[in-house]
Design a protein around this ligand. Structure first.
Ligand code: XBP
Ligand code: MG
Length: 237
C-alpha cells in the first residue's frame, strides 16, 4: 500500500449539514422559494455534485422545465451554485465543520510513514481548499500529492473518473492504494476504479448499501496504518 485516497464530503468531515445550509441560504438570497430539509436533502444526496443536485430538484418541482438549451436554466443553476459555494466557504472558514474522528491522525501518520495522499471528490476546489486549510493550516497543499475534484473530473460519482484520474496522477495501480468513502455512490466509483475501499458512513449515508467495501466502520478513530496494511495484504493461500 503506497497511497491513501480520501473522499471529502462526509468522509474527511461531516460537511453535508453545512452544504445544506449553504444551499438554502443561496435559494433565499436569490429569491427561489425552495428550502431543502434534512429528509429531502438525504434523498437529493443520491445526486452527486451541487449543480447536478440543483438541476435535479428544479426538474422534479417543475417537470416542464425544458429550455435546457443553456442560457436560462444553466445560468441560474450556475449562479445559485456560486452563491452557495461562497456561503459554504465562509461557514468552513468560520469553523462550522470539523474533521471526523481519527482523520487528522491517520493522514499525518500516513505522511510520516512515506505514503502518498490524494483527494478524490465531487465538490469544488474552493471547498476542498477551505476545509483542508482550516484543518492543516496554510501549507495544507504539501500534505496531499494529488487532488481530483469537480473541476478536474466533471463526471461525478458513481462514475469512476475521479478515482481513475487520481491513480493515473499518482502513477499507481489500484492494488497499491486504498480509498476512503462515506456513500454508496462514492463506494461504487472507487470499486469501479479497482480500489479497495474503507467506508465510514454518517447520518446522511448510514442507510446506503456498502456491498464490496473492504471494511465499514463508524469512523477512523480506532484505525492505525498497521490495520490498513493488514487488511490490504495479499491473502496467503
Ligand atoms: C459530495 C457531493 C458534493 C457535496 C456538495 O462530494 O456530492 O456535491 O454534497 O458540494 P464527495 P458541491 O464526493 O466529497 O462526497 O456543491 O461543491 O458539489
Ligand atoms: Mg462523500
Amino acid at each position: 500500500m503506497q497511497a491513501l485516497i480520501f473522499d471529502v464530503d462526509g468522509t474527511l468531515a461531516d460537511t453535508e449539514e453545512a452544504h445544506r445550509a449553504a444551499f438554502n441560504h443561496a435559494f433565499a438570497t436569490e429569491g427561489m422559494d425552495w428550502h431543502w430539509d434534512v429528509a429531502h436533502y438525504t434523498r437529493l444526496l443520491q445526486v452527486a455534485g451541487g449543480k447536478e443536485r440543483i438541476l435535479h430538484h428544479w426538474r422534479s418541482v417543475q417537470p416542464d422545465l425544458t429550455d435546457l438549451d443553456g442560457q436560462g436554466v444553466q445560468q441560474t443553476v450556475d449562479r445559485l451554485h456560486a452563491r452557495k459555494t461562497a456561503a459554504y466557504e465562509e461557514a468552513v472558514q468560520d469553523g462550522a465543520v470539523r474533521l471526523r474522528p481519527g482523520v487528522h491522525a491517520l493522514v499525518d501518520a500516513a505522511a510520516q510513514a512515506g505514503l502518498r495522499l490524494a483527494i478524490a471528490t465531487t465538490t469544488t476546489p474552493a471547498n476542498v481548499a477551505a476545509l483542508l486549510r482550516h484543518a492543516w493550516g496554510h501549507d495544507w497543499r504539501q500534505r496531499f500529492d494529488v487532488i481530483e475534484d469537480a473541476d478536474t473530473a466533471p463526471r461525478k460519482k458513481p462514475h469512476p473518473q475521479v478515482y481513475r484520474q487520481a491513480l493515473a496522477r499518482l502513477g499507481l495501480a489500484p492494488a497499491a492504494a486504498l480509498a476512503f468513502e462515506d456513500s454508496a455512490n462514492g463506494l461504487r466509483a472507487a470499486l469501479a476504479a479497482g480500489l479497495a475501499t474503507v467506508v465510514t458512513p454518517n447520518a446522511y449515508t448510514a442507510h446506503h448499501g456498502f456491498e464490496g467495501a473492504l471494511r465499514v466502520l463508524p469512523d477512523l478513530s480506532t484505525v492505525r496504518l498497521a490495520d490498513l496494511a493488514r487488511w490490504t495484504a495479499p491473502q496467503t493461500a
